[in-house]
Unconditional design. Structure first.
Length: 367
């Protein structure tokens, strides 16, 4: 249900952990990029009563639902930066970040509007070297830069339980930590500025491999007569388990192939990883093949197809759909949340039968 701006102004400005947000003040934080990442972050800012300022090159219409909830629109990235003490960016590719910042000298970019003492927080998954160049330009203007790519799945980001990989100096980190925690209260400090970007790229590269492998093992099981729900349950308590298996199997079952993260986004991250590999002389025997698979998928199914789309490539080759009506019904109401248990990321499944209740209860008691 949509809340009015007046109601939202009365919401207590607290993060999900309950800690008060003392800085920045309402209306002094901006979000550049209102795609899936930007929308989720904006929603979290609104729930905290921060009345964010928004800008996206696609125009004001993309932000209309948030404007109706108390956000305001800026006519340019520069205008947004001029109004804000903190500017967040969440954009698809390195060139989009550069353009938004005004690295080409664009007088309407973020850099042209930054005030001394402001903080730029980069939530995009982007190029390591490009991020370092932008940081230098930000600091030349008497501002601070924080790189904080997020990981853990868009569904988790929307409810403010994401993991943030953060690189910044200690003083700035402590200052922005409550703000970042609105969307990602699970924060991993990654040392020097820039290392967090490398880590985020590598996590997505591993996910890409798993997405390509899933279809093959699922099809072998299907052709062998193995019940697919049994396969899902058995795999998730075996050595073959992964985050992608637990959260994307259902996207195969419902035929969406994980639309919250597109094949084009995944291909971009593989490309960034290949650039790092070339720089350091690391052979890409596996990821070179994975990159080709994603190129085939995008050519056949479109660049906006879901990141689990390599599974459909196997289905089409074998002329055998993996999901029958029984499996679709099994995952119809499925959803998940996450917890961190003994330092590891754990998927908590909801609205689906769990055949391991006794084991699960034992783990919960241990927590």
């Amino acid at each position: 249900m949509r809340a009015t701006a007046a109601v939202l102004r009365g919401v207590q400005r607290r993060c999900f952990s309950g800690a008060a947000i003392e800085w920045p003040k309402a209306g002094r934080v901006g979000m550049v990029g209102i795609g899936q990442l930007g929308q989720a972050v904006t929603g979290n800012l609104l729930r905290a009563g921060l009345q964010p300022v928004l800008f996206d090159v696609k125009g004001e219409s993309i932000a209309r639902p948030f404007l109706e909830q108390g956000a305001t629109w800026a006519p340019s990235a520069r205008a947004l930066a001029e109004q804000c003490d903190v500017v967040l960016t969440g954009l698809p590719r390195p060139e989009h970040v550069s353009a938004a910042m005004g690295m080409d000298g664009n007088p309407d970019g973020i850099l042209a509007g930054l005030k001394p003492g402001s903080v730029w927080i980069e939530h995009s998954t982007t190029d390591f070297e490009n991020t370092m160049k932008i940081r230098d330009e930000v600091e030349k203007r008497g501002c601070k830069a924080v790189s904080a790519p997020v990981t853990g799945g868009m569904q988790i980001l929307k409810v403010g339980k994401m993991v943030a990989l953060v690189g910044s100096d200690e003083e700035t980190f402590e200052r922005v930590k409550p703000l970042i925690s609105l969307s990602a209260p699970r924060i991993v400090r990654c040392g020097e500025f820039g290392h967090e970007t490398v880590v985020k790229i590598l996590t997505n590269m591993l996910c890409a491999v798993q997405d390509c492998a899933m279809g093959e093992v699922m099809m072998i099981a299907k052709k062998s007569g193995v019940d697919m729900k049994l396969l899902f349950d058995a795999m998730r308590i075996s050595s073959g388990n992964s985050f992608c298996w637990e959260t994307e199997f259902a996207r195969v079952a419902d035929g969406t192939y994980f639309p919250d993260f597109t094949a084009e986004m995944m291909a971009k991250d593989i490309e960034l990883g290949q650039g790092l590999a070339r720089k350091h002389g690391v052979p890409m025997l596996m990821h070179g093949q994975v990159a080709q698979i994603y190129e085939m998928c995008m050519a056949k199914y479109g660049r906006d197809s879901g990141s689990t789309i390599p599974v459909k490539l196997i289905e089409d080759h074998c002329q055998t759909p993996l999901a029958d009506q029984k499996l679709k019904d099994t995952f119809k109401d499925w959803t998940y949340t996450t917890e961190i248990v003994d330092g590891s990321y754990v998927i908590v499944h909801k609205n689906i039968e769990n055949p391991y209740d006794e084991i699960t209860l034992t783990i919960k008691q241990k927590q």
